[in-house]
Design a protein around this ligand. Structure first.
Ligand code: ADP
Ligand code: MG
Length: 396
């Protein structure tokens, strides 16, 4: 998948239409977390320093093709401008005369943000006429929003077909890291898939057993596998109707030469409550009323040893109910180990997923991993082996 490179592009005086993710958490019209704003700074600064006129395209929330004043991107202008330490012009619409006037007013190196692209129905429909209107505002297109790349929208896909298209720096980093984790990884490769349910991660499990040397299954979904093997799971979260599915995944793993690591012991309690009484049980000791809420110490030990024996590690889904201590123990132990090995240069450790990122932050090691993807759905679809339209459209 060869991509154009911004490093060698002729940018001076060019209008760069840059798709970014500015879908930041907001309360009462104020940005409450600027993580996503910080993520777009490197690409904007790079383009601006090279003398491009930087025109930012982004969505906010889901206005569904209508102007919804509460979903305006205007409140983002102040915080973004402060972080960039330069003015950010704002256009009240992302196409038409108003947008053109703001773009025409930019000096080389200047930055403008256009109003929520999802105010137009053509965005989510990937309407070619809408994409053509957007294309009038730029000489080249840069996509720095990996998190929106699983959607074929006008600003993520259609536009890339109309202008010379480049991955932004953040997008390029994400693609490089994902390639290092699953595309062309150093072997052996270990994965952890945890979280609540098998049913939400079927495509993921089916893809990973084909690609990984070892796959540890944890969290609530491990219970479904244990039950499928005939072990008691008490009153735990378990999709009993997915026994056949779990057995099919196990058979597929065996055929592909992927070793599945299922729990060998579990932590149970009578209720999900902070600091409640817990017991460590062997698999067949689980009784009616017991809730399996975390992996047991032997399971964790085996997992940490597997990390020591691996060169690459990819992780989605916590190993237990990490939100409620002490059921965060296995997740925190695995996170710390991965962070340590990554820092020592012994392991390429890549993780992603909403709750997984929260768990890594909880363990205090998000910054120690090789890469943590905050792209949510796009990260999962990529891990599922799906083609991301926004990435495919950038290929030359
Ligand atoms: P991600 O958002 O990273 O993809 P998921 O949404 O699939 O992860 O799963 C996260 C959820 O799984 C967490 O809320 C966690 O409490 C839950 N979970 C993990 N282990 C168990 C368990 N043994 N029983 C019930 N829920 C669990
Ligand atoms: Mg989740």
């Amino acid at each position: 998948m060869p991509f154009r490179s911004l490093e060698t592009a002729d940018l001076a005086g060019k209008r760069a239409l840059v798709r970014v993710d500015l879908n930041v958490p907001m309360a009462d019209g104020r940005v409450t977390d600027d993580t996503r704003l910080r993520a777009v700074l490197p690409t904007i600064r790079f383009l601006s320093t090279k003398g491009a006129k930087v025109v930012l395209l982004a969505h906010f929330d889901r206005p569904k093709g209508k102007r919804v004043p509460e979903m305006s991107l205007k409140p983002v202008v102040g915080p973004l401008s402060a972080l960039l330490e330069q003015p950010v012009a704002f256009a009240d619409d992302c196409i038409g005369a108003e947008a053109a006037a703001v773009v025409d007013g930019l000096e080389n190196g200047g930055v403008a943000l256009l109003e929520n692209i999802r105010y137009h129905a053509g965005e989510e429909k990937n309407d070619p006429a809408f994409a053509a209107e957007l294309a009038k505002l730029g000489d080249l297109y840069v996509n720095d929003a990996f998190s929106a790349a699983h959607r074929a929208h006008a600003s993520t896909e259609g536009l890339a077909r109309l202008l010379p298209a480049y991955p932004g720096l953040q997008m390029q980093l994400e693609l490089d890291m994902l390639d290092a984790a699953l595309g062309a990884p150093k072997k052996p490769v270990l994965g952890i898939v945890g979280g609540a349910k098998v049913s939400t991660k079927l495509d993921l499990l089916n893809n990973l057993v084909e690609k990984l040397d070892r796959l540890a299954i944890g969290g609530g979904m491990a219970n479904t596998f244990l039950a499928a093997q005939g072990h008691p799971v008490g009153s735990s979260l378990c999709e009993h109707d997915l026994g056949d599915t779990a057995r099919e995944i196990m058979a597929k793993a065996a055929k592909a030469g992927c070793e599945l690591l299922l729990p060998v012991d579990v932590v149970v309690a009578a209720e999900v409550k902070p600091n409640t009484a817990t017991r460590v049980l062997a698999l067949d000791e689980v009784k009616d009323g017991d809730l399996i809420l975390d992996a047991g110490p032997k399971t964790v030990e085996r997992l940490l040893a597997a990390m020591d024996d691996s060169k690459t590690f990819i992780w989605n889904g916590p190993l237990g109910v990490f939100e409620v201590p002490p059921f965060d123990a296995a997740t925190v132990a695995a996170a710390k180990k991965a962070g340590e090995l990554a820092q020592a240069g012994k392991l390429v450790a890549v993780a992603g997923g909403g709750d997984t990122v929260a768990a890594l932050n909880h363990a205090g090691v998000a910054g120690e991993m090789t890469f943590v993807s905050t792209a949510g759905g796009a990260f999962l679809e990529w891990m599922e082996g799906k083609v991301l339209p926004g990435v495919a459209a950038l290929e030359v």
